[in-house]
Design a protein around this ligand. Structure first.
Ligand code: BDP
Length: 663
């Protein structure tokens, strides 16, 4: 149960003085606004939390109380204010949803034992859309799922017991998530029917659960639905029959599920159907759906993960890194107002290290979402401890230079730089039906951190990890310090023992786990590193390479394009260099590879030491779960180290300066 409760532990408060204060501030609740389902959830939460933390459930009344809750529509819709008064606190939200966020905020503060009279604050989210995408299939599998099976579906049916969905919605709203999709972007034949009478009742019931927690539900749809179940022989977005099909389908869907947010579409990507089949572009494809959804306030979320997965490198235009920009930049300004483009953070695919997608900062007249992946597909699949927030912080802080210096990604995706009617951040979920939601207990932190970060991108990675650790494992300094030491450098550690200097992709084909340097090197689905006996790296320069570097605004273009200025950590993403090339760090590329791989393994050993210090300080189940995974991580880190080092030693024939054993 402890694992299942994740960060909503509500441990009983140890400090007697603080406990007394909480008791007096929350002895009774004065509800000074109308009740609705969301307010009900908020009240339930505070009553439960108080009962667990101080052993007392406050009464709720409409006339007087030490803790006052009200709604003021003059505030931002999702914003809330906390004010201390002589005898208690007042929470004012811009809406019911904001009240719920305010309650979770106050409870988070109490769990850190923040003095109650210093709680005054005003909080509002930076991003309007804060979304999660599930890649769940109706057979019960989760594509790239590392935490068990789906808790939405089993055996092509919705799961009847919805208790877990409730608990999940509660977890999400506690960190401010307000939107989600419940089915995979790869929509197979069965899931195409989610927008038909076959499943609409259950779609509605599921959406009702999320609505109670202020979360709007969306569905991924199959672009070929008109063929799949509409009886048509085409899905051409300009064909009148197709247009009518979507109008009627959408109308029907909204009649049954009025709260639906809209559709998410993966088209013309990795063998999914799309407008290209009919020689239409993506604006034509998306706008047709947008017209059908507009009368109901629905939106189309259109993914930019479009590339030729059977590329031929001899044609430089097919560099996968270039694809999203090449496809979508020419369409800037052509999308309807209720269309939003969903752009992965990097140009490739959620690698350990990638530059930021040049579409962000490129597009000026198009609504956009930034897409992250909480599921650790390429980052150890939730068997390795990798804290992702430091990576995302770098992405959000990247200066695109779109409007001169200081045009950071975080301000573009929030809609503050360009005039966008829809903006925000979305991420692929990392949860499943495992007893602790995320497989690795520590991976709960990435879900928690995702919500917190996109609410406020200025929170530091440390602050987020600290909040999470205290709530999840308690406030004991010893525990907190060791966990912080494990978590904070974990992304860098993972990078150290896996593929070096921004090159990516040295993983086993298709399942993407474990080292395989040439796995993707000689195949059509290729993502290449071009390692040979002389050197390594992908030439993406303008003069001699694929020209990808030219997709950035001039300052960044020049930094990446020139070997002298390209940052070490992305060197091999942009340049092909000899193994003896000297990095800014002073090391050669080959020595860097050897050193980081030896170091990475030592760092995992240190992580294990940290965790072992916590025996008997953390409950047995979580202690064991994390210990086992760390042991496996060490085993895998050694495998990575040995395979990578040996490979490059053999290719280059260059000895390790420190004469360590390379097999
Ligand atoms: C890749 C995954 C694949 C997804 C695809 C996507 O390997 O399973 O379908 O991304 O984002 O990372 O559509």
């Amino acid at each position: 149960l402890t694992s299942y409760r994740a960060w909503l532990q509500y441990r009983s408060i140890g400090d007697e003085g603080y406990q007394k204060k909480v008791l007096s501030y929350f002895s009774s609740i004065h509800l000074d606004c109308n009740r609705d389902v969301i307010i009900d959830r908020a009240l339930e939460e505070i009553q439960l939390a108080m009962f667990e933390m101080v052993g007392f459930s406050p009464n709720i009344s409409q006339n007087g109380g030490s803790f006052v809750i009200n709604v003021d529509s003059n505030l931002a819709k999702e914003g809330f204010q906390v004010k201390s008064t002589d005898s208690g606190l007042t929470l004012t939200g811009g809406s019911s949803r904001a009240v719920l966020y305010g309650i979770f905020h106050i409870l988070r503060e109490i769990q850190s034992e923040t003095p109650l009279n210093t709680m005054d604050c005003y909080e509002a989210p930076k991003n309007a859309f804060r979304m999660i995408n599930h890649w769940d299939d109706m057979n019960g599998d989760v594509e790239r799922g590392y935490a068990g099976q789906s808790f939405f579906y089993d055996d092509y049916q919705f799961i009847k017991d919805r208790a877990r969905i409730h608990d999940y919605a509660r977890l999400l709203s506690s960190v401010g998530i307000n939107a989600l999709t419940i089915n995979n972007v790869n929509v197979h034949q069965v899931e195409s029917h989610l927008i038909t009478d076959k499943y609409l009742d259950e779609v509605k019931q599921t959406s009702d659960i999320f609505n109670q927690y202020g979360i709007t539900m969306y569905l991924s749809i199959n672009y070929a639905s008109p063929i799949e179940f509409g009886g048509l022989d085409t899905a051409d977005p300009l064909d009148e029959r197709v247009i009518q099909f979507w109008k009627q389908t959408v109308q029907h869907v909204y009649k049954r599920v009025p709260q639906l947010g809209g559709f998410l579409v993966k088209a013309d990507s990795e063998n999914r159907p799309g407008p290209f089949t009919y020689d239409r572009n993506h604006a034509e494809g998306a706008n047709m759906l947008a017209d059908a959804l507009a009368p109901f306030g629905g939106i189309v979320i259109w993914r930019c993960f479009v590339y030729n997965c059977k590329q031929d490198w001899r044609d430089r235009k097919t560099d996968r890194a270039r694809a999203a920009y090449d496809h979508f930049m020419p369409l800037d300004g052509q999308f309807k107002d209720n269309v939003v483009l969903q752009i992965k953070n990097g140009p490739m695919d959620f690698q350990v290290r990638e530059p930021v997608s040049p579409l962000i900062g490129g597009l000026e007249k198009t609504n956009q979402f930034l897409e992250f992946q909480i599921a650790q597909e390429y980052l150890g699949q939730q068997r390795h401890l990798v804290y992702l927030i430091p990576q995302w912080k770098e992405v959000l802080a990247f200066d695109t230079q779109a409007k001169g210096e200081g045009t950071q990604v975080k301000d573009i995706v929030s809609g503050d730089v360009f005039d966008q009617s829809i903006s925000g951040i979305v991420a692929v979920s990392n949860v499943g039906n495992d007893y602790n939601w995320t497989g690795h207990t520590m991976a709960q932190l990435n879900l928690y951190g995702y919500g917190r970060l996109i609410w406020n991108p200025d929170l530091s990675a440390e602050a987020i990890a600290l909040e999470w650790t205290k709530q999840t494992f308690g406030r004991d300094h010893h525990v907190v310090d060791h966990i912080m030491q494990m978590v904070m450098p974990s992304w860098e550690i993972y990078e150290n023992y896996t593929s070096p200097l921004g090159i990516g992709w040295m993983v086993n084909v298709s399942h993407h786990y474990g080292p395989n340097i040439d796995g993707y090197e000689y195949m059509a689905w290729g993502t290449y590193h071009f390692a040979d006996r002389d050197g390594i790296g992908v030439d993406r320069t303008i003069e001699t390479g694929t020209g990808y570097a030219g997709q950035y605004h001039p300052v960044n273009r020049d930094v990446y394009n020139a070997l002298e200025s390209c940052p070490d950590e992305l060197l091999l993403f942009f340049h092909h260099v000899p193994y003896t090339h000297q990095l800014k760090s002073g090391k050669t590329v080959i020595q860097h590879i050897y050193d980081t791989h030896f170091k990475g393994v030592e760092q995992v050993e240190a992580m294990i030491d940290d965790w072992q210090q916590l025996k008997n300080k953390v409950d047995e189940r979580r202690f064991k779960d994390v210990s086992e995974r760390l042991d496996h991580q060490l085993y895998m880190a050694k495998e990575w180290r040995d395979i990578i080092n040996t490979y490059f030693y053999r290719k280059s024939g260059i000895d390790d300066q420190h004469k360590r054993t390379i097999y």
